[in-house]
Design a binder for this molecule. Structure first.
Ligand SMILES: Nc1nc2c(ncn2[C@@H]2O[C@H](COP(=O)(O)OP(=O)(O)O)[C@@H](O)[C@H]2O)c(=O)[nH]1
Ligand SMILES: [Mg+2]
Length: 322
Protein backbone atom coordinates (compact mmCIF):
# COMPACT_ATOMS: atom_id res chain seq x y z
CA UNK A 1 0.00 0.00 0.00
CA UNK A 2 1.29 3.44 -0.87
CA UNK A 3 1.17 5.79 2.08
CA UNK A 4 0.88 9.50 1.67
CA UNK A 5 2.04 12.10 4.11
CA UNK A 6 4.35 10.47 6.54
CA UNK A 7 4.38 13.67 8.59
CA UNK A 8 0.65 13.59 8.87
CA UNK A 9 0.73 10.00 10.03
CA UNK A 10 2.64 11.30 12.99
CA UNK A 11 -0.20 13.67 13.74
CA UNK A 12 -2.57 10.75 13.52
CA UNK A 13 -0.40 8.82 15.97
CA UNK A 14 -0.31 11.58 18.52
CA UNK A 15 -3.95 12.51 18.25
CA UNK A 16 -5.43 9.46 16.65
CA UNK A 17 -8.78 9.35 18.37
CA UNK A 18 -9.47 13.05 17.97
CA UNK A 19 -8.62 13.37 14.30
CA UNK A 20 -10.37 10.17 13.31
CA UNK A 21 -13.41 11.25 15.24
CA UNK A 22 -13.34 14.52 13.35
CA UNK A 23 -13.07 12.72 10.04
CA UNK A 24 -15.86 10.43 11.16
CA UNK A 25 -18.17 13.29 12.06
CA UNK A 26 -17.26 15.08 8.83
CA UNK A 27 -18.50 12.04 6.97
CA UNK A 28 -21.65 11.72 9.06
CA UNK A 29 -24.05 12.54 6.23
CA UNK A 30 -22.45 10.05 3.91
CA UNK A 31 -22.54 7.47 6.64
CA UNK A 32 -26.20 8.11 7.36
CA UNK A 33 -27.06 7.51 3.76
CA UNK A 34 -24.54 5.11 2.33
CA UNK A 35 -23.13 3.17 5.24
CA UNK A 36 -26.30 2.65 7.21
CA UNK A 37 -28.13 1.36 4.14
CA UNK A 38 -25.21 -0.89 3.20
CA UNK A 39 -25.02 -2.20 6.76
CA UNK A 40 -28.72 -2.92 6.78
CA UNK A 41 -28.55 -4.68 3.44
CA UNK A 42 -25.57 -6.77 4.47
CA UNK A 43 -27.00 -7.76 7.82
CA UNK A 44 -30.32 -9.04 6.59
CA UNK A 45 -30.23 -12.78 6.59
CA UNK A 46 -31.49 -12.80 3.07
CA UNK A 47 -29.81 -14.76 0.34
CA UNK A 48 -27.30 -13.32 -2.07
CA UNK A 49 -29.84 -13.32 -4.86
CA UNK A 50 -30.66 -10.97 -7.67
CA UNK A 51 -32.61 -8.68 -5.32
CA UNK A 52 -29.61 -8.32 -3.08
CA UNK A 53 -27.32 -7.23 -5.89
CA UNK A 54 -30.00 -4.97 -7.32
CA UNK A 55 -30.38 -3.19 -4.02
CA UNK A 56 -26.62 -2.90 -3.62
CA UNK A 57 -26.49 -1.34 -7.06
CA UNK A 58 -29.20 1.14 -6.12
CA UNK A 59 -27.46 2.19 -2.92
CA UNK A 60 -24.18 2.74 -4.74
CA UNK A 61 -25.77 4.71 -7.58
CA UNK A 62 -27.74 6.96 -5.22
CA UNK A 63 -24.56 7.58 -3.22
CA UNK A 64 -23.02 9.01 -6.38
CA UNK A 65 -20.51 6.21 -6.79
CA UNK A 66 -21.26 6.43 -10.51
CA UNK A 67 -22.34 3.85 -13.05
CA UNK A 68 -18.94 2.43 -14.00
CA UNK A 69 -17.60 2.04 -10.46
CA UNK A 70 -20.94 0.61 -9.31
CA UNK A 71 -20.88 -1.99 -12.04
CA UNK A 72 -17.29 -2.83 -11.19
CA UNK A 73 -18.09 -3.28 -7.48
CA UNK A 74 -21.26 -5.31 -8.02
CA UNK A 75 -19.47 -7.57 -10.51
CA UNK A 76 -16.51 -8.06 -8.19
CA UNK A 77 -18.76 -8.93 -5.28
CA UNK A 78 -20.90 -11.40 -7.14
CA UNK A 79 -17.78 -13.01 -8.64
CA UNK A 80 -16.14 -13.35 -5.24
CA UNK A 81 -19.32 -14.69 -3.67
CA UNK A 82 -19.47 -17.37 -6.35
CA UNK A 83 -15.76 -18.14 -6.27
CA UNK A 84 -15.58 -18.43 -2.48
CA UNK A 85 -18.98 -20.06 -2.17
CA UNK A 86 -20.23 -17.28 0.12
CA UNK A 87 -23.96 -17.40 0.62
CA UNK A 88 -24.64 -14.97 3.44
CA UNK A 89 -24.53 -11.25 3.03
CA UNK A 90 -22.57 -10.45 6.16
CA UNK A 91 -19.49 -12.26 4.90
CA UNK A 92 -19.46 -10.07 1.82
CA UNK A 93 -19.18 -6.82 3.77
CA UNK A 94 -15.42 -7.16 4.28
CA UNK A 95 -14.96 -7.86 0.60
CA UNK A 96 -16.89 -4.72 -0.29
CA UNK A 97 -14.71 -2.68 2.05
CA UNK A 98 -11.56 -4.12 0.54
CA UNK A 99 -12.74 -3.52 -3.01
CA UNK A 100 -13.54 0.09 -2.16
CA UNK A 101 -10.09 0.60 -0.64
CA UNK A 102 -8.62 -0.95 -3.80
CA UNK A 103 -10.34 1.67 -5.93
CA UNK A 104 -9.42 4.54 -3.61
CA UNK A 105 -5.75 3.62 -3.47
CA UNK A 106 -4.65 5.22 -6.71
CA UNK A 107 -0.91 4.55 -7.01
CA UNK A 108 1.03 7.78 -6.67
CA UNK A 109 4.27 9.07 -5.32
CA UNK A 110 4.23 10.50 -1.80
CA UNK A 111 3.38 14.14 -1.67
CA UNK A 112 6.67 15.17 -0.17
CA UNK A 113 7.16 18.90 -0.41
CA UNK A 114 10.79 18.51 0.64
CA UNK A 115 11.56 17.13 -2.82
CA UNK A 116 11.80 20.63 -4.28
CA UNK A 117 12.44 24.08 -2.95
CA UNK A 118 10.24 25.85 -3.46
CA UNK A 119 7.64 23.15 -4.01
CA UNK A 120 5.09 24.80 -6.28
CA UNK A 121 1.43 23.83 -6.16
CA UNK A 122 -1.04 25.27 -8.63
CA UNK A 123 -4.60 25.10 -7.33
CA UNK A 124 -7.42 25.15 -9.86
CA UNK A 125 -11.18 24.62 -9.94
CA UNK A 126 -14.38 26.46 -10.71
CA UNK A 127 -15.71 29.27 -8.51
CA UNK A 128 -17.04 28.36 -5.12
CA UNK A 129 -15.62 24.83 -4.87
CA UNK A 130 -13.30 25.76 -2.00
CA UNK A 131 -9.94 26.65 -3.56
CA UNK A 132 -9.15 29.63 -1.38
CA UNK A 133 -10.31 28.06 1.87
CA UNK A 134 -8.43 24.85 1.27
CA UNK A 135 -5.27 26.70 0.26
CA UNK A 136 -5.45 28.40 3.66
CA UNK A 137 -5.91 25.02 5.34
CA UNK A 138 -2.93 23.51 3.49
CA UNK A 139 -0.73 26.50 4.26
CA UNK A 140 -1.80 26.28 7.90
CA UNK A 141 -1.02 22.57 8.01
CA UNK A 142 2.48 23.04 6.60
CA UNK A 143 3.10 26.06 8.78
CA UNK A 144 2.20 23.95 11.83
CA UNK A 145 4.81 21.48 10.67
CA UNK A 146 7.46 24.15 10.70
CA UNK A 147 7.48 24.84 6.96
CA UNK A 148 7.53 28.26 5.42
CA UNK A 149 4.65 28.57 2.94
CA UNK A 150 3.88 31.40 0.56
CA UNK A 151 0.42 32.02 -0.88
CA UNK A 152 -0.13 33.67 -4.25
CA UNK A 153 -3.33 35.52 -5.09
CA UNK A 154 -3.51 34.77 -8.80
CA UNK A 155 -7.30 34.91 -8.79
CA UNK A 156 -7.18 38.54 -9.77
CA UNK A 157 -10.63 38.61 -11.29
CA UNK A 158 -12.42 39.90 -8.21
CA UNK A 159 -11.05 42.25 -5.55
CA UNK A 160 -13.01 40.28 -2.95
CA UNK A 161 -11.10 37.12 -3.80
CA UNK A 162 -7.79 38.85 -3.13
CA UNK A 163 -9.16 40.26 0.13
CA UNK A 164 -10.37 36.85 1.26
CA UNK A 165 -6.96 35.33 0.69
CA UNK A 166 -5.20 38.21 2.40
CA UNK A 167 -7.40 37.76 5.47
CA UNK A 168 -6.59 34.07 5.64
CA UNK A 169 -2.90 34.89 5.29
CA UNK A 170 -3.08 37.29 8.23
CA UNK A 171 -4.94 34.78 10.32
CA UNK A 172 -2.41 32.03 9.82
CA UNK A 173 0.57 34.34 9.59
CA UNK A 174 1.56 33.30 6.08
CA UNK A 175 2.59 35.97 3.54
CA UNK A 176 0.32 36.51 0.53
CA UNK A 177 1.70 37.88 -2.73
CA UNK A 178 -0.94 40.05 -4.35
CA UNK A 179 -1.47 42.76 -6.89
CA UNK A 180 -4.45 44.92 -7.77
CA UNK A 181 -7.66 43.31 -8.98
CA UNK A 182 -7.57 42.90 -12.73
CA UNK A 183 -3.79 42.36 -12.84
CA UNK A 184 -2.49 39.66 -15.16
CA UNK A 185 -2.39 36.43 -13.11
CA UNK A 186 0.81 35.37 -14.89
CA UNK A 187 2.51 38.57 -13.81
CA UNK A 188 1.47 37.97 -10.20
CA UNK A 189 2.85 34.44 -10.38
CA UNK A 190 6.07 35.63 -12.01
CA UNK A 191 6.76 38.09 -9.18
CA UNK A 192 5.64 35.64 -6.53
CA UNK A 193 8.11 32.97 -7.66
CA UNK A 194 10.94 35.52 -7.53
CA UNK A 195 9.89 36.36 -4.00
CA UNK A 196 9.60 32.68 -3.08
CA UNK A 197 13.16 31.99 -4.24
CA UNK A 198 14.62 35.13 -2.71
CA UNK A 199 12.97 34.50 0.65
CA UNK A 200 13.54 30.76 0.53
CA UNK A 201 9.97 29.62 0.96
CA UNK A 202 9.47 25.84 1.08
CA UNK A 203 6.12 25.65 -0.56
CA UNK A 204 4.17 28.01 -2.82
CA UNK A 205 0.40 27.71 -3.12
CA UNK A 206 -1.10 29.48 -6.12
CA UNK A 207 -4.79 30.40 -6.01
CA UNK A 208 -6.41 30.85 -9.42
CA UNK A 209 -9.63 32.19 -10.86
CA UNK A 210 -12.48 29.83 -11.65
CA UNK A 211 -15.08 31.85 -13.47
CA UNK A 212 -16.77 29.55 -15.91
CA UNK A 213 -18.56 31.87 -18.31
CA UNK A 214 -15.34 32.31 -20.19
CA UNK A 215 -14.22 28.75 -20.24
CA UNK A 216 -11.73 28.99 -23.09
CA UNK A 217 -10.17 32.09 -21.61
CA UNK A 218 -9.84 30.33 -18.29
CA UNK A 219 -7.98 27.40 -19.86
CA UNK A 220 -5.76 29.76 -21.85
CA UNK A 221 -5.05 31.73 -18.69
CA UNK A 222 -4.14 28.56 -16.79
CA UNK A 223 -1.88 27.42 -19.60
CA UNK A 224 -0.14 30.77 -19.57
CA UNK A 225 0.31 30.64 -15.80
CA UNK A 226 1.75 27.15 -16.23
CA UNK A 227 4.22 28.36 -18.84
CA UNK A 228 5.38 31.19 -16.63
CA UNK A 229 5.88 28.80 -13.71
CA UNK A 230 7.86 26.24 -15.69
CA UNK A 231 10.01 28.88 -17.32
CA UNK A 232 10.88 30.33 -13.95
CA UNK A 233 11.32 26.99 -12.18
CA UNK A 234 11.96 24.05 -14.54
CA UNK A 235 9.87 21.06 -13.54
CA UNK A 236 7.29 23.20 -11.74
CA UNK A 237 4.44 23.25 -10.94
CA UNK A 238 5.28 20.13 -8.95
CA UNK A 239 1.62 19.49 -8.31
CA UNK A 240 -1.58 20.77 -9.88
CA UNK A 241 -4.50 20.23 -7.55
CA UNK A 242 -8.03 20.36 -8.87
CA UNK A 243 -10.45 21.26 -6.10
CA UNK A 244 -13.90 19.72 -6.35
CA UNK A 245 -17.02 20.37 -4.31
CA UNK A 246 -18.24 16.96 -3.17
CA UNK A 247 -21.79 18.25 -2.78
CA UNK A 248 -22.12 18.77 -6.53
CA UNK A 249 -22.11 15.03 -7.14
CA UNK A 250 -21.72 13.91 -10.72
CA UNK A 251 -21.01 17.47 -11.81
CA UNK A 252 -17.62 17.12 -10.16
CA UNK A 253 -16.86 14.40 -12.70
CA UNK A 254 -17.54 16.78 -15.61
CA UNK A 255 -15.23 19.30 -14.02
CA UNK A 256 -12.34 16.83 -13.96
CA UNK A 257 -12.93 16.12 -17.65
CA UNK A 258 -13.05 19.80 -18.47
CA UNK A 259 -9.90 20.85 -16.65
CA UNK A 260 -8.00 17.82 -17.89
CA UNK A 261 -8.28 19.21 -21.39
CA UNK A 262 -6.28 22.27 -20.43
CA UNK A 263 -3.90 21.17 -17.69
CA UNK A 264 -2.23 18.12 -16.28
CA UNK A 265 -4.07 17.47 -13.01
CA UNK A 266 -1.82 15.59 -10.60
CA UNK A 267 -4.05 15.48 -7.55
CA UNK A 268 -7.54 16.15 -6.30
CA UNK A 269 -8.81 17.99 -3.27
CA UNK A 270 -12.34 16.97 -2.47
CA UNK A 271 -13.88 19.78 -0.44
CA UNK A 272 -17.15 19.80 1.49
CA UNK A 273 -17.20 16.10 2.20
CA UNK A 274 -18.97 17.11 5.41
CA UNK A 275 -21.81 18.68 3.47
CA UNK A 276 -22.97 15.73 1.44
CA UNK A 277 -24.74 12.43 1.89
CA UNK A 278 -23.18 11.39 -1.38
CA UNK A 279 -19.56 10.97 -0.37
CA UNK A 280 -19.51 7.95 -2.67
CA UNK A 281 -18.50 10.42 -5.36
CA UNK A 282 -14.90 9.91 -4.28
CA UNK A 283 -15.12 6.24 -5.30
CA UNK A 284 -16.45 7.09 -8.74
CA UNK A 285 -13.79 9.73 -9.31
CA UNK A 286 -10.89 7.47 -8.32
CA UNK A 287 -12.27 4.66 -10.44
CA UNK A 288 -12.77 6.78 -13.50
CA UNK A 289 -9.72 9.03 -13.52
CA UNK A 290 -6.98 7.31 -11.56
CA UNK A 291 -5.91 10.68 -10.21
CA UNK A 292 -4.95 10.47 -6.53
CA UNK A 293 -7.11 12.30 -4.03
CA UNK A 294 -4.60 14.18 -1.89
CA UNK A 295 -6.85 15.91 0.61
CA UNK A 296 -10.44 15.98 1.70
CA UNK A 297 -12.12 18.99 3.27
CA UNK A 298 -14.54 18.23 6.07
CA UNK A 299 -15.50 21.71 7.23
CA UNK A 300 -14.80 25.41 6.94
CA UNK A 301 -12.24 25.65 9.72
CA UNK A 302 -8.45 25.57 9.40
CA UNK A 303 -8.22 22.12 10.93
CA UNK A 304 -10.86 20.67 8.64
CA UNK A 305 -8.47 19.24 6.08
CA UNK A 306 -7.41 15.62 6.01
CA UNK A 307 -4.65 14.10 3.91
CA UNK A 308 -6.46 11.41 2.04
CA UNK A 309 -5.65 7.90 3.15
CA UNK A 310 -7.82 5.22 1.58
CA UNK A 311 -7.68 2.87 4.55
CA UNK A 312 -8.42 5.58 7.07
CA UNK A 313 -11.22 6.92 4.92
CA UNK A 314 -12.83 3.51 4.55
CA UNK A 315 -12.53 3.01 8.28
CA UNK A 316 -14.24 6.30 8.99
CA UNK A 317 -16.90 5.45 6.44
CA UNK A 318 -17.69 1.99 7.71
CA UNK A 319 -17.13 2.32 11.43
CA UNK A 320 -19.11 4.32 13.87
CA UNK A 321 -17.16 6.90 15.82
CA UNK A 322 -20.15 8.48 17.47
N1 LIG B 1 -18.67 22.76 4.78
C1 LIG B 1 -17.57 23.05 4.09
N2 LIG B 1 -17.46 24.24 3.47
C2 LIG B 1 -16.34 24.50 2.78
C3 LIG B 1 -15.27 23.57 2.68
N3 LIG B 1 -14.30 24.12 1.91
C4 LIG B 1 -14.76 25.35 1.57
N4 LIG B 1 -15.98 25.60 2.08
C5 LIG B 1 -16.82 26.80 1.92
O1 LIG B 1 -17.16 26.95 0.55
C6 LIG B 1 -17.30 28.33 0.20
C7 LIG B 1 -16.46 28.65 -1.02
O2 LIG B 1 -15.09 28.50 -0.68
P1 LIG B 1 -13.92 29.29 -1.40
O3 LIG B 1 -12.66 28.79 -0.79
O4 LIG B 1 -14.15 30.75 -1.37
O5 LIG B 1 -14.06 28.75 -2.90
P2 LIG B 1 -13.27 29.21 -4.22
O6 LIG B 1 -14.21 30.12 -4.97
O7 LIG B 1 -13.02 27.97 -4.98
O8 LIG B 1 -12.02 29.89 -3.78
C8 LIG B 1 -16.87 29.10 1.45
O9 LIG B 1 -18.02 29.52 2.13
C9 LIG B 1 -16.11 28.08 2.28
O10 LIG B 1 -16.16 28.34 3.65
C10 LIG B 1 -15.41 22.29 3.34
O11 LIG B 1 -14.55 21.40 3.29
N5 LIG B 1 -16.58 22.10 4.01
MG1 LIG C 1 -11.32 31.76 -4.27
Amino acid sequence: MIRFFKRQDKAVETNNGGLLKKLGSGLQKTRDHFTSRITRLFSTDGKLDEDFFEELEEILITSDVGVAATKHLVDRLSDEARRQGISDAEALMNILQREIIDILEVPAEDLDIARHKPFVILVIGINGVGKTTNIAKMAYMWKQEGRNPLIVAADTFRAAAIEQLTMWGERINVPVIRQKAGADPSAVVFDALDAAMAREHDVVLIDTAGRMHTRTNLMEELKKVNRVISRKIPGAPHETFLVLDATTGQNAISQVRLFREGVDITGLVLAKMDGTAKGGIIIGICHEFQIPVRFIGVGEGLEDLRPFDAGEFAKALFEDFA
